[in-house]
Design a binder for this molecule. Structure first.
Ligand code: GDP
Ligand code: MN
Length: 396
């Protein structure tokens, strides 16, 4: 799960991570009110979307830049009016962009240096790791590619945590000295406390800045939380903004389905994560492209199957469906009943190939046969993949 920058800043405040003062607004009037309350000479207006690269982004109405600095309250109103309700396209949003529903108004920092600081989970060592660089404010992936020597890594002990000597080491690696080392060390320590306490899987601050007065401030923040820990993080769950998420995945999560949207044209509905992965592979092998990963689980109900089928059909890219069920715990007839109910409700207009095997398969096949749906049965997985790819090609 992700959150917005303005929400990240609230977490920073709670955990004593230094950042600039600011507030969020959903209308131009609110933006003006926030600016007046700040009472500063200048303001930075920042579009709030779940994606980075906003500064260099372009709105679909042609307006350039999702991060803007201005020196008057009148211009804050203008900027908020330009950004709110508009779709911002950045190198992280994809060409469809994301709609800006809120803007952050903050006191601008006067930047002397832009640094990069992140805490991530390092899967290789199974522990958190700090990634830092003197090259902040730019695309860190390109720094890693072209000047890997400028990326500094400090592994964190899984039980001892981030040690004071390490925070000073990171600060020095960032070229900080004197009082700045202490300020940075405090910021890193508090950031790590936040990382642990809120079950984060990633906190990325780009840029972390040194101001003209020598303060160290987090100016931007991208958070990622471990979805498996959300049950014990009600405060984080409350920050969820469903309008930022793939609507197919939001619908799937409401029915407890394991669904991940992809960009292919052949949807699949499978029981079991391993079988779902294999099904995606074999679709690809047969010359198609999977539109999703979907594991309905071992004990799916008819309602869940119906919901799954509707989610699949709501994807405009989907040109064919492959249902692959190997019923162990799963009753094949439950799947069949769910498919028939959903297909009748939504009106199935695209080819559907079904491979059913296992528990109660005869009843399942009978339900499908008697439904009147124009579906194609397959004898095994390879046969199913070949058939759906051929059907989709035929229809195109
Ligand atoms: P991103 O483009 O989505 O990563 O958004 P950022 O919050 O990182 O802002 C983009 C860039 O705008 C930063 O790298 C800074 O160069 C600049 N910027 C953001 N906030 C401030 C600020 O408070 N003061 C100044 N001077 N520049 C800022
Ligand atoms: Mn940034």
């Amino acid at each position: 799960m992700n959150i917005h920058e303005y929400q990240a800043r609230e977490l920073f405040e709670k955990f004593g991570v230094a950042t600039t003062k600011g507030g969020v607004a959903a209308t131009p009037d609110e933006a003006v009110a926030v600016a007046e309350k700040l009472g500063t000479k200048e303001f930075v207006v920042k579009a709030q979307i779940h994606a980075g690269g906003r500064g260099k982004g372009t709105f679909k109405n042609g307006f350039k830049g999702g991060v803007q600095i201005t020196d008057s309250i009148g211009k804050v109103r203008e900027l908020a009016t330009q950004m709110l309700g508009q779709v911002l396209v950045t190198h992280q949003t994809g060409p469809e962009g994301k709609q800006v529903n809120k803007v952050l108004i903050a006191e601008p920092a006067t930047i002397a240096r832009e640094l990069y600081f992140a805490i991530l989970l390092d899967r290789a060592s199974g522990a958190p790791v700090v990634i830092a660089s003197t090259e902040g404010g730019v695309d860190i992936e390109s720094v890693a590619e072209h000047t890997p020597e400028k990326i500094f890594r400090e592994p964190i002990h899984p039980t001892l945590g981030l040690q004071p000597f390490q925070t000073r080491k990171i600060a020095r690696a960032l070229g900080l000295s004197g009082a700045q080392i202490n300020a940075a060390a405090k910021l890193f320590t508090n950031m790590f406390k936040l990382f642990l306490a809120r079950d984060c899987s990633q906190i990325e601050v780009n840029p972390l800045v040194v101001t003209d007065k020598g303060e160290i401030l987090a100016l931007d923040a991208k958070f990622n939380f471990d979805d498996n820990a959300l049950y014990r993080q009600p405060e984080i769950v409350a920050l969820r903004d469903k309008s930022e998420e793939d609507p197919r995945e939001v619908a799937a999560s409401e029915y407890n389905l394991n669904y991940i949207g992809l960009d292919g044209n052949i949807a699949c509905l499978v029981n079991g994560a391993g079988l779902a992965m294999a099904t995606m592979d074999i679709i690809q092998y047969a010359g198609g492209k999977p539109a999703n990963f979907l594991d309905v689980g071992g004990g799916a109900s008819k309602d869940q199957v119906t919901a799954a089928f509707k989610i699949i059909l709501s994807d405009p890219n989907v040109e064919g469906i492959l249902v692959n069920i190997f019923g162990g715990i799963m009753d094949c007839n439950v799947i069949a009943t769910g498919i028939v109910a959903a297909a009748k409700e939504v009106g199935l207009k695209i080819p559907l190939v079904v491979r059913l095997e296992g528990n109660n398969v005869e009843a399942g096949k009978k339900t499908l046969a008697e439904s009147g749906l124009a579906l194609i049965s397959a004898s095994d997985l390879a046969d199913a993949a070949k058939k759906i790819v051929a059907e989709v090609k035929k229809a195109a």
